[in-house]
Every structure is written in structure tokens, then in C-alpha cells.
Design a protein around this ligand. Sequence first.
Ligand SMILES: CC(C)(COP(=O)(O)OP(=O)(O)OC[C@H]1O[C@@H](n2cnc3c(N)ncnc32)[C@H](O)[C@@H]1OP(=O)(O)O)[C@@H](O)C(=O)NCCC(=O)NCCS
Length: 228
Amino acid sequence: MNTSTTDLVIFGLGETAELAYEYFTHDPKYADYTVKAFCVDAEYKKADTFLGLPIVTPEDVTTQFPLATHKAFAAAASGQLNRTREALYNKAKGLGYTMASYVSSRAFVWHNVKIGENCFILEDNTLQPFTEVGNNVVMWSGNHLGHRSVVEDHCFITSHVVISGYCTIGAYSFVGVNAAFADEVKVAKDNFIAMGAVINKPTEENGFYVGSPMVKKEKTAKQLMKVA
Ligand SMILES: CC(C)(COP(=O)(O)OP(=O)(O)OC[C@H]1O[C@@H](n2cnc3c(N)ncnc32)[C@H](O)[C@@H]1OP(=O)(O)O)[C@@H](O)C(=O)NCCC(=O)NCCS
């Protein structure tokens, strides 16, 4: 019987952190994981505990929850076109933690799919053969990632997105609910794809695309998402 356990510190204290706590705690695939604490910068620490667990700051976390015995998970949504989550991820990594990924027991993941660290892949995602997901990627529930497609680092794929085969979703991109991508489409870095958009051609870096067929808005993705 495997009795080894993984103790986990969740970086973040918002809704995504609470959801990460839920999934790591109650998904039977992660039965050997135990969330031990939450970590936030001192300015966001308004209490000593959250969900009955200690809240610690980056200054104290490695002393109380040592690197040798704990992994970390950075939990945040898509703020500032995923820079907020990237900063949290870099903070935990910079302290020296090994980063965990959560891939739901109810996702369909073919045996040769590659998934990076600090990913959050929820129920009902389908990841077909030869697909690749980078580091710090969120795939909310119910997406289709078609064969040979790649989702690069720091992307946020919301729900019910259909990415056909041989596509690339560029780093930091946000993809809204029910968006659809034709075969072999290359989405550039830093894109915002609105809900329901139909992407049938390559896109430009920092583009904000809406509609079916796709139209590029004058506003950039970084302007829309207020990237500092
Ligand atoms: C793009 C989005 C953020 C709205 O942006 P916004 O700038 O606040 O919205 P606005 O209503 O000011 O729209 C800006 C323009 O884009 C158009 N537009 C916005 N969303 C659109 C959409 N999904 N499809 C087509 N056109 C859209 C508007 O008609 C408007 O056009 P105009 O400039 O000609 O008037 C929103 O539609 C969206 O896609 N959100 C993502 C939702 C989602 O997936 N949530 C999941 C979270 S986990």
C-alpha cells in the first residue's frame, strides 16, 4: 500500500484558491494530497486562518512549511491577462517550491499528453493524443483540445471551448466560453478571444477578437485586461 503523502501550500486566497482547496481535498485522485496552509503577501493577510488552515506570508512560509516536504500551487484567475497568476506562480517557484498541477480525475487525458506544472485542469476536459499544455495553464470545465494542439504557458481556457487539431494557443492568452478554433489555427501570444468567437485564421500578438467570423477590435487585449 502506498502511504506516501504530499503536503501542499496554496498561494492565493481568493475564489480560485478556495476551489483549488476543494479539488485537491475531495478528488479521490489526489487522496494523498493534504492542503496545509494558504500563503499571501502581508497586505492581503486580514486573518490568521482560512478554511481552518493557517494563512502565512512568503517571509514565513518556507520555515513553517519546508520545501523538502511540501509542494505549492498558485491559484488565481485571469487578471491582467494572466499576469496576476504568473506573479503568484513565480513567487512560489522563486521560494524554491516544487509546483503541483491539478488534473481532474474526471478529465479525459490520453496517455501521451504533456502537461506542465501549476496547471489547473477541471472536469470534463478532453485532451486528445499528442496534445501539450504548458506551465501555469488553467482549463476550466468542459473544453476539447484536439489532437496535436498546444496550449502555451500561462493561458486561461474558460469553458466549452473547442480547439480543433494542430492549433496553437499563444502564451498568456484568454479564451472566452464557447469559442471555437478551426484546424491548424495559430493564436499569437497575449490574445483575448471573446466568448463565442469563431477563430478561423491566425491572429496577431496582443489582439482582442470577437464574433463569428472573427473580427479584431481596435482595443488591444492588454488594454481590455488592464495589464500594468
Ligand atoms: C469581450 C468581453 C470581455 C466584453 O468586453 P467589454 O469591452 O467589457 O464589453 P463591451 O460590451 O464594452 O464590448 C466591446 C465591444 O465588443 C463587442 N463584443 C463584446 N463581447 C462580444 C462577444 N462576445 N461577441 C461579439 N462582440 C462582442 C461589443 O459589441 C462591443 O462592440 P463595439 O465596440 O462595436 O460597441 C466579453 O464579451 C467576454 O467575452 N467575456 C468573457 C466571458 C467569459 O468567457 N467568462 C468566463 C470566465 S471563467
